[in-house]
Design a protein around this ligand. Structure first.
Ligand code: SAH
Ligand code: SF4
Ligand code: F3S
Length: 440
């Protein structure tokens, strides 16, 4: 059988990067990638179960794959729904042959051998591995920015969240292997690294040097040729001042921190088991506001957590006004299997969650319009990441992670370059500017 595969990916950057590693492993094993389900012999579906009716959506998609694809294909379900639903997937979608969660991907080569041998049911669902999925074979999608995993899994137990169940306990990579991969990326021409983990702040080097996250971050920032280093996600409880000191000391460390708060009410934070109070969170914001370079701060908000009163919700709105986030993601609380919040009293009706999320988004939009307008006239360095041919613009991104676009000239090729751009117009979600001609 010819070995062609198709892969479809949902979810966070960790999942996107896992798929890059899966693709690399498949290519190294003699498979070739195709763009449609129809052309493929092997169909991989890397799933996310963070919100909504993730499980139903997966089964629906698997059904569509099957109908569109005809017979004779091998179907594999990976990622968080695979881990969560396990062997139940075989019962509901009998055409599936492989079900594996991310904590088992180190065994992927063996699983592939079993699939090729014609095994009808292969699973990788245990959490017994204490290694991270650290493979030499990664096929990265973006030619300039590379994801680099430093820690996998999560040891927290936020009451609403499936991730500890779907990605298992925390496993940190050795600092040596992180730095080696970083240097390889620089040699391959990457200039931006994004360090990844569900909670990068609880990184702890398993080798004898025992570096913490701030130390690792500084060292990655010193890799010659690496101009931008980002990291996500930060848990406020483990977010310590030395991280800000590291950003202060090295301009290669981007002045952007994503620090999910979830709620502005200490009462709700306790019910969520977030392990910090509003005041403790605000102290971290203070550190950032006092940094030498202005640090862009972004966050995640959940509205309508069980028991969230109107007063709690207003506390969240007040927090938005106080912090003035540069951007945020807002979500309606969504009931997830296995989680502590599943059976909590005081579930909020859907219409009320919709009302609250709209208020959050409107309030935040007004804040972003003001913040972005204040940037008009500034000159910012952008990394040119893409082109919008219809608008005749290059798409750039600043160190603060803001999109800053500027006019393109016919025939020029600027992808991957760093350029100074003066901001001339501001919208709620992006900036427009013009290139500053360097003074010769
Ligand atoms: N490890 C990251 C979160 C990963 S999930 C962290 O701790 O910040 C990304 C975001 O999804 C979370 O920050 C949260 O805002 C949201 N989220 C997670 N579970 C959710 C649920 N059950 N309902 C609604 N939003 C949820
Ligand atoms: Fe989920 Fe909380 Fe872990 Fe983030 S820290 S992945 S929200 S359990
Ligand atoms: Fe989704 Fe799993 Fe990431 S649930 S958000 S793919 S960790």
């Amino acid at each position: 059988m010819q070995k062609t595969f198709y892969i479809e990916t949902f979810g966070c950057q960790m999942n996107a990067h896992d798929s890059e590693k899966v693709v690399g492993t498949l290519l190294a094993t003699g498979y070739s990638q195709v763009e449609t389900v129809e052309e493929a012999n092997y169909v991989f579906y890397n799933t996310c179960s963070i919100r909504d009716k993730a499980e139903q959506k997966v089964f629906h998609r698997l059904d569509t794959f099957k109908k569109a694809a005809g017979g004779g294909k091998v179907f594999a379900v990976l990622g968080c729904v695979a881990q969560q639903e396990g062997e139940k997937i075989f019962a509901k979608a009998p055409h599936v042959s492989l079900v594996a969660g991310s904590a088992s991907y180190t065994k992927l080569p063996q699983m592939l051998v079993q699939l090729e041998a014609g095994n009808r049911r292969v699973t990788g669902l245990s959490f017994d591995t204490d290694e991270a999925f650290d493979t030499p074979y990664t096929r990265r999608d973006n030619p300039h920015r590379a994801y680099l995993t430093i820690i996998e899994g999560c040891d927290k137990s936020c009451a609403y969240c499936v991730v500890p169940f779907t990605r298992g306990p925390e496993r940190s990579r050795t600092s040596q292997s992180v730095l080696e991969e970083g240097r390889r990326l620089a040699a391959d021409g990457y200039t931006e690294i994004q360090l990844l983990g569900q909670n990068v702040n609880s990184y702890r080097d398993p080798s004898p040097v025992g570096w913490d996250f701030a130390t690792l971050l500084s060292k990655v920032g010193e890799i010659p040729g690496m101009r931008r280093v980002r990291f996500t996600t930060s848990h406020p409880r483990d977010f310590v001042k030395p991280i800000i000191d590291a950003i202060d000391e090295n301009p290669n460390l981007c002045n952007h921190v994503h620090l999910p708060v979830q709620s502005g009410s200490t009462r709700v934070l306790a019910a969520m088991q977030r392990l910090y109070t509003r005041d403790q969170y605000m102290q971290r914001i203070e550190w950032m506001k006092n940094a030498r370079r202005p640090i862009a701060i972004t966050t995640d908000i959940i509205v309508g957590f069980p028991g969230e009163t109107e007063t709690d919700f207003e506390d969240t709105l007040k927090l938005l006004d106080e912090v003035r986030y540069d951007s945020l993601f807002a979500f309606k609380y969504s009931v997830r299997p296995n989680t502590a919040a599943l059976t909590m009293p005081g579930q909020i009706p859907e219409e009320e969650k919709t009302r609250r999320i709209q208020i959050v988004l409107e309030r935040q939009r007004a804040i972003q319009i003001r913040l972005n307008s204040d940037l008009i006239g500034n000159v910012e360095e952008v990394l040119v990441e893409g082109q919008n041919k219809a608008l005749g613009q290059w798409i750039g991104r600043t160190s603060q992670h803001r999109p800053l676009n500027f006019a393109s000239q016919p025939g020029e090729s600027l992808l991957g370059t760093y350029l100074p751009v003066r901001v001339t117009r501001a919208g709620p979600n992006s900036l427009v500017g013009e290139r500053v001609t360097p003074v010769v």
